[in-house]
Design a protein around this ligand. Structure first.
Ligand code: S3P
Length: 171
């Protein structure tokens, strides 16, 4: 199996960062996040990149960041929620251990509805969420080797469910 050990995908606010860090700790490996890589390389926030350069420019940076992290990182890697929109990225994920963290719309609004840092949900979170998921659900499912629902679960419970689904040995 090639690096990384586990890739996490799923919509914004589902808890990829929190669960990813917990999962990495349980597995005794490092954690990396492609949004954080982009922010570090660009020296500005994701929201600022969207506003200043637009979504296509952000997606180009994201595609590059994902491709790099997939060859450089051997631990747990979390991708930004829209990374799977790119067909080449989906191709790069094939044959890897990919966990799709899922949630329903009510959970999503609870977790992300008031978070102005997420440019794609800024105006009408519930409607925008539904539209995003209609466009993306099948792509998350296409790349996933395991689906872990997060609704009503704590990050620790989600982490345990991911470990169970993956049948990975803990450190
Ligand atoms: C996005 C998700 C965000 C970030 C950007 C776009 C998306 O990442 O990459 O705001 O299109 O779903 P998180 O999923 O880490 O919040």
């Amino acid at each position: 199996m090639s690096a990384p050990l586990v890739v996490l995908v799923g919509p914004m606010g589902v808890g990829k960062t929190t669960v990813g860090a917990l999962l990495a700790e349980r597995l005794g490996v490092g954690y990396r996040d492609t949004d954080a890589d982009i922010v570090a390389a660009q020296g500005r926030t994701v929201a600022d990149i969207f506003v200043e350069e637009g979504e296509p420019a952000f997606r180009a940076l994201e595609k590059e960041a994902v491709a790099q992290a997939l060859v450089q990182h051997d631990g747990v890697l979390a991708l930004g929620g829209g990374a799977i929109l790119d067909a080449d990225t989906r191709e790069l994920l094939s044959g890897r251990r990919v966990v799709y963290l899922s949630m329903d719309v009510e959970e999503a609004v609870k977790r992300t509805g008031l978070n102005a840092a997420r440019p794609l949900l800024a105006v009408n979170p519930r409607k925008q969420w539904r539209e995003l998921m209609e466009a993306r659900r099948h792509l998350y499912e296409e790349v996933a080797t395991a689906v872990v629902p997060t609704d009503g679960r704590t990050p620790e419970e989600v982490t345990q469910a991911a470990l169970d689904a993956l049948e990975l040995k803990e450190a």
